[in-house]
Design a protein around this ligand. Structure first.
Ligand code: GTQ
Length: 345
């Protein structure tokens, strides 16, 4: 164990003034802030957003702010550790709940961060990604990868709400975040790739030698199929937890470079204690109720709620009935950086 490091106050006034004038600062008083021992010291705190609390505020935004004045009508889920107005739910993950009313469109744009939607409520909503129209049904996972044009529309009769997850905080930190505006897209008049090329797991369209694999071949993952796969897996393995990662069907890799998505099915009445993971995570409840403790905070969750866990959190899940969650995390980024880790509890 090293000695306590020197503080700024120990240094003479004139020396401190001289350093400030020269635009330098001593590392040692700050050393443990940026390099704590053994594990990170996250600013992120566990958050819990009850859908029943946010929904009326979101619908009110629909009355107060026309979509033309909002571009995207979104309420951002702010990490309690960073406080109200924080544009992030964890260090790397931005979350927002977006409302689109019948007949509205959210204009086309593209940006450097990637976005993913999980449809929370309502029928008739769709997103067009690079000319492909993706219908959004409850629980569907919809990708709008960085750099791809996307606009949203609504052909139904009731409000549509979805959860946005973006790697925006990372791009802001990189000073790499920006958007371009475009015209609403005409879409190809055919079903999306999840209904044509990628109907079944393990099957991909035949390609000739000259045809490159698309980087983002499938941008919609219908929930009905994910749920059926989880149910079949749970029935076959008898395990308290069934988990499936969303992958790129051409490469088997995570669907996006930075964010990962894992569908979870928790059996009722059994505890599930995952290892401490270096990834931060957000959990969106597609169906079911339960109680999760995150670093000692008790979260009683129900359908359409969202809650978060900082890096290396101690997490204990307990479902009251069969529960389905989508875990949004930054493991893919951490693996690329070479430090993703799991520690046993
Ligand atoms: O739907 O494109 O929550 O650009 C934040 C930024 C949603 C979107 C957000 C965005 C979008």
């Amino acid at each position: 164990m090293s000695e306590a490091l020197g503080t700024l106050e120990e240094l003479p006034e004139d020396y401190r003034a001289g350093m400030a004038a020269a635009g330098v600062a001593p590392l040692w008083p700050m050393m443990r802030n940026v390099l704590p021992h053994g594990a990170p010291n996250p600013a992120t705190r566990p958050g819990h957003w009850r859908y029943g609390d946010v929904r009326p505020l979101l619908l009110r935004a629909g009355e107060l702010t026309p979509v033309e004045k909002a571009e995207r009508r979104v309420l951002v889920l702010s990490d309690p550790g960073r406080g109200a107005g924080a544009m992030q739910a964890t260090a790397t993950i931005y979350l927002g709940l977006q409302l689109l009313l019948p007949g509205e469109t959210a204009p086309a744009h593209r940006h450097t961060p990637s976005a993913v939607r999980v449809l929370v409520e309502g029928q008739g909503g769709f997103t067009i990604v690079d000319g492909e129209k993706l219908p959004m049904e409850e629980g569907d996972l919809i990708l709008t990868p960085g750099g791809e044009w996307h606009d949203h529309g609504h052909e139904g009769s009731d409000p549509v709400v979805w959860l946005d997850a973006l790697d925006l905080p990372l791009f802001v930190m990189l000073e790499g975040s920006y958007a371009e505006e475009g015209d609403l897209q005409a879409h190809r008049n055919r079903p999306d790739a999840s209904q044509v090329e990628y109907r079944a797991a393990g099957l991909a369209p035949t390609r000739g030698p000259e045809r490159a694999r698309p980087r983002y071949p499938q941008n919609r993952y219908p929930w009905t199929r994910t749920r059926a796969a989880l149910d079949e897996m749970a029935a076959a393995t008898d395990a308290a937890l069934a988990e499936l990662d969303y992958i790129n069907p051409e490469t088997g890799e995570d669907v996006l470079p930075t964010m990962g998505f894992t569908a979870m099915r928790l059996a009722p009445g059994t505890a599930h204690r995952p290892p401490k993971r270096s990834a931060s995570a957000a959990f969106h409840v597609v169906a079911g109720t339960g109680r999760t403790t995150v670093d000692g905070k008790t979260i009683d969750w129900g359908p359409k709620d969202t809650f978060t866990a900082p890096v290396f959190a101690e997490i204990d899940h307990h479902a009251h009935d069969t529960a389905y969650l989508i875990r949004i995390h930054d493991r893919p980024l951490q693996e690329k950086l070479g430090y993703y880790e799991e520690r046993p509890r």
